[in-house]
Design a protein around this ligand. Structure first.
Ligand SMILES: [Ca+2]
Ligand SMILES: [Ca+2]
Ligand SMILES: [Ca+2]
Length: 260
């Protein structure tokens, strides 16, 4: 009996030893979990970049075939391009994934989602260089008539919102791309809560909700910000923005036989 007690003490763990083991395991798991969540974040940013490229390619293909861009989807357009007269219901809206035939997760308003479950935004130029009431990039006959030299796509991408107006960057040094026909963007991981001016530039206005009642924020003007990711409080940025230059679209118009 005495021997058995002695053996039990030798082979078992005391509460203190157990606590130390749990502490070490916790530290080890914490050390693994942090890099794992970082890896998951990086994977999602990678997927989002691929997704934006796919959307951009689909828009280029749409242009090649039709000689014009599709209008953005609206909260109530069920994922389709929302046309309004010679223009669009919304200049700043969402990727018309149904019109483009894009695969991917959709929300209750049938809008295409990014890897974080936020809606992909899409803006088109509402420029009307020949002032005929028809948006120049929304009609193949406009492009043929106006030609590249006369086209004045109005979207601008800046590296910072500082000093930017509703139509231009604060300085030429802040300009990443000007005269852009369309912009597609994801609000990134922090889409649900952010406060930096650079990210607010991409989501300046909240628009009326769709059938689901979800309300969405999109740019309220022709200026967008794209810069490197940062988690610095007050200056955080993780949006992903892409576009194509007018020159590429114009070449596609020639290749597609829309311009002789
Ligand atoms: Ca026009
Ligand atoms: Ca963001
Ligand atoms: Ca803006």
């Amino acid at each position: 009996m005495r021997n058995r007690t002695a053996v039990g003490r030798q082979s078992g763990f005391s509460l203190v030893e157990l606590a130390v083991v749990i502490l070490i395991m916790g530290l080890l798991l914490g050390g693994i979990a942090s890099p794992l969540s970082k890896q998951r974040d990086n994977a999602r940013f990678g997927s989002a970049e691929t997704q934006l490229e796919d959307v951009r390619d689909a828009l280029e293909a749409y242009w090649l075939v039709n000689g014009e861009l599709p209008c953005p989807a609206t909260p109530g357009s069920n994922g389709t391009a929302s046309v309004n007269g010679g223009g669009c219901t919304r200049q700043h809206g969402f990727v018309p994934a149904t019109t483009l035939g894009l695969r991917g997760s959709r929300n209750d308003d049938n809008l295409l989602l990014d890897p974080w479950g936020s809606v992909l935004r899409y803006s088109v130029s509402a420029s009307d260089a020949n002032t005929n009431g028809v948006w120049d990039f929304l009609s193949d006959t406009e492009v043929a008539t106006i030609t590249l030299a006369g086209m004045t796509p109005e979207l601008t991408v800046c590296s910072t919102a500082a000093g930017a107006s509703a139509s231009a960057c604060g300085s030429s040094g802040d300009t990443v791309a000007s005269a852009v026909p369309f912009v597609v963007y994801s609000l990134g991981k922090d889409w649900a809560s952010f406060s930096s001016a650079d990210q607010l530039e991409n989501t300046g206005a909240t628009v009326a909700g769709g059938p689901s009642g979800i309300r969405y924020a999109v740019s309220s003007n022709d200026v967008f910000v794209m810069r490197g990711r940062s988690e610095m409080v007050g200056a955080e940025y993780d949006d992903l923005v892409t576009w194509l230059p007018a020159l590429v679209l114009y070449k596609a118009s020639i290749d597609g036989g829309h311009i002789p």
